[in-house]
Write a protein that binds this ligand. Structure first.
Ligand code: SAM
Ligand code: SF4
Length: 335
């Protein structure tokens, strides 16, 4: 397809042929929120809950460091109580210490106050991913409860606060949600450009039967159609924002075993191998058919390496692989 050829060409020219790794640590599935699409939402009583111990998180980070991954992502359900935020701060400091500052850290821990974002930035994290989920406030309202904890305006404010705190800003959307139109998806892409984001993580919506949005499954496109749309969104975004980082989301792989590798061919340049201890992976189930729940981190690494080489790309070992867009943007601000 001409679109995919062009997006590949632009990626090679702007970013190069390297794929950067972010070892994904699914820190906890305890969540104070109730997003209608998510398997680990607070009200899903069927979901057993876990949080990694500090030692377990540090061991994951140590593993990523020893494997020369360059960066990690710490992701979890959303909590903003002091016990949680202080624990994250302490963990960040510890990880920075063990890697002598060499391991890059991305956080994906939801909406927090500006002060918390600042505290985590100062403790050593430097990228933050918070998806807007849909840039259309009406669709956002259809997939979230209608209360103060799930407000579109607050999510937007959080995105601005993340940037204010100094982070590289990442956001994204779900693709193929029930009721979502092509116009809304096109507007999502325009939203990402208008916000001038540094990184994007977007992937197909995948239903989970223990969530309220499951009831709207009759309104869904087929999984293959959602996957194809996700590839097209990634390719078009690469044309629109040539120098940002685009992640090949795990949800792509839940539909097609080669979904993430295909996304890398069509314009993505970041991949997040799961390095969460095996015993917990099945409990961080946002959607059905989550891939790689029974493989060890070591098996994931070997498998991923082979797959990335298969598509003719190289891995940027020991590199942060920061968004070139952020650096260009900073230079512009500083001059
Ligand atoms: N709690 C944090 C937050 O919401 O930003 C971080 C973790 S949350 C599980 C990460 C992302 O998972 C969400 O932004 C959402 O887009 C995605 N997600 C949740 N449920 C999903 C589903 N059913 N299908 C696809 N993606 C889903
Ligand atoms: Fe919690 Fe994030 Fe899932 Fe929403 S998407 S319920 S905030 S884990």
């Amino acid at each position: 397809m001409a679109l995919f050829r062009k997006s590949r060409e632009i990626t090679d020219f702007q970013i190069g042929n390297k794929v950067y790794l972010r070892g994904l640590i699914e820190y906890s599935n305890v969540c104070a929120k109730d997003c209608l699409y998510c398997g680990i939402r607070k009200s899903n009583r069927k979901q057993e809950r876990y949080s990694l111990t500090d030692e377990e998180v540090i061991a994951c980070a140590q593993y990523a460091f020893e494997q020369h991954y360059g960066s990690i992502v710490i992701q979890a359900g959303e909590r903003s109580d002091h016990i949680f935020t202080a624990r994250i701060t302490a963990i960040l400091k510890e990880i920075k210490k063990l890697s002598q500052g060499k391991l890059g850290i991305t956080l994906s821990l939801g909406e927090q106050t500006l002060e918390t974002y600042q505290e985590w930035f100062e403790a050593g994290a430097h990228r933050y991913l918070l998806r807007i989920e849909s840039s259309d406030p009406k669709l956002f309202a259809k997939i979230h409860p209608h209360d103060k904890g799930h407000s579109f305006e607050h999510r937007l404010k959080s995105l601005h606060d993340i940037r204010k705190a100094g982070f590289h800003l990442g956001t994204g959307v779900m693709i193929g949600l029930p009721f979502q139109t092509l116009e809304q998806m096109a507007d999502d892409l325009l939203f990402l450009r208008a916000l001038d984001v540094d990184m994007v993580g977007m992937g197909p919506y995948i239903e989970h039967q223990d969530t309220p949005l499951y009831e709207a499954s009759d309104f869904l496109l087929t999984r293959q159609e959602r996957l194809d749309l996700a590839f097209k969104m990634i390719a078009i975004l690469r044309l629109m924002m040539p120098d940002i980082n685009i992640a090949a989301a795990t949800a792509l792989q839940a539909i097609d075993p080669m979904g993430r590798e295909k996304a890398l061919k069509y314009g993505a340049n970041i991949i997040m191998p799961n390095i969460t201890p095996n015993v917990f992976r099945n409990q961080y189930k946002l959607y059905e058919d989550k891939p790689c729940t029974d493989e060890s981190p070591q098996e994931c690494t070997t498998c991923l390496e082979a797959r990335i080489h298969m598509i003719g790309s190289k891995i940027g070992y020991d590199e942060w692989g920061d968004s070139k867009h952020f650096n260009a943007h900073q230079k512009y601000i500083n001059n």
